[in-house]
Design a protein around this ligand. Structure first.
Ligand code: SAM
Length: 211
C-alpha cells in the first residue's frame, strides 16, 4: 500500500458526500496521485480539499472544484478535450485517466515543463504546449469538450468556435475576485448555458481574457 492510499480514498468519499456522483470521475480521482502534482512543501496536505500553491505564483485547484468541473464536462473515453491552464497537470491527468485525449495549454513555460515531466513518468496521453490558451489550439480543433481552469471576464469567442457541435465548455466567468462556473453546450451554433455559484480561480490572462 502507498503512503497516501487511505487519504486519497477519504478524499474521494468527501467528494461523494459533497454531491459528486459521476462514478467515472470518482474512480479517476481515486487513481490519480495528487501528491505527485503538489510542491513537496505541501505534500502532507495533498489530499485535503483545498487549493495549494504551485510554482509561477499559481495554484492547483481544490479537489472538489476539479471533480465538479470534470463531472460538468460529462467526460467519456476517447473524447477529445482541450484544457486551458495546465498548471500542475492534475486536472489533465484526471481527464486522461478517464480515457480522454487531452490537449492542454499553459501560459507559463516552467509549468509546462514540469507537467510534461510528470505526464511522461505516468505515461499519460496528454499533449501540452506553452501559449495563450484564450485563443485555443486551432491545430487540433474541433474539441468535444473544453475546460478552462482560470477565471475569465467573459466567454472567449475563439474557444466557442473551436467547440464541436454537441460539445461542452466548462469555464469560470466573473470578476477577478469572484466567478461562477458556466457550463455551455453547443447546439446548432448556439451555446446553451447553465451557471453555478461559489467558486474562486486565478485570472485567465490573455487576448480574450484579462489583460
Ligand atoms: N488545471 C490546473 C491544475 O490542475 O493544476 C489548475 C491551474 S491554475 C488554477 C490555472 C492556470 O491557468 C495557471 O497555471 C495559469 O498560469 C493558467 N493560465 C492563466 N491564463 C492562461 C492563458 N491565457 N492560457 C493558458 N494558461 C493560462
Amino acid at each position: 500500500m502507498g503512503r497516501f492510499d487511505i487519504e486519497r480514498k477519504e478524499m474521494v468519499e468527501l467528494l461523494r458526500s459533497r454531491g459528486i456522483s459521476n462514478e467515472t470521475v470518482l474512480e479517476a480521482m481515486a487513481k490519480v496521485e495528487r501528491h505527485r502534482f503538489v510542491n513537496q512543501t505541501f505534500i502532507d496536505n495533498a489530499y485535503k480539499d483545498i487549493a495549494l500553491p504551485i510554482n509561477s505564483d499559481q495554484t492547483i485547484s481544490q479537489p472538489y472544484t476539479v471533480a465538479f468541473m470534470t463531472q460538468a464536462l460529462e467526460p467519456k473515453k476517447e473524447m477529445k478535450v482541450l484544457e486551458i491552464g495546465t498548471g500542475s497537470g492534475y486536472q489533465a491527468a484526471v481527464l486522461a485517466t478517464i480515457g480522454c485525449r487531452v490537449y492542454s495549454v499553459e501560459r507559463h513555460l516552467s509549468l509546462v515543463t514540469s507537467a510534461r515531466k510528470i505526464f511522461d513518468q505516468l505515461k499519460l496521453r496528454i499533449l501540452v504546449k506553452a501559449g495563450d490558451g484564450t485563443i485555443g489550439w486551432g491545430e487540433f480543433a474541433p474539441y468535444d469538450g473544453i475546460i478552462v481552469t482560470a477565471g475569465s471576464p467573459s466567454m472567449p469567442e475563439p474557444l466557442v468556435n473551436q467547440l464541436a457541435e454537441g460539445g461542452r465548455i466548462v469555464i469560470p466567468i466573473g470578476t477577478k475576485s469572484n466567478q461562477q462556473i458556466v457550463v455551455g453546450k453547443k447546439n446548432k451554433d448556439t451555446l446553451h448555458t447553465t451557471v453555478y455559484d461559489g467558486f474562486k480561480f486565478v485570472p485567465l490572462i490573455g487576448k480574450s481574457g484579462w489583460n
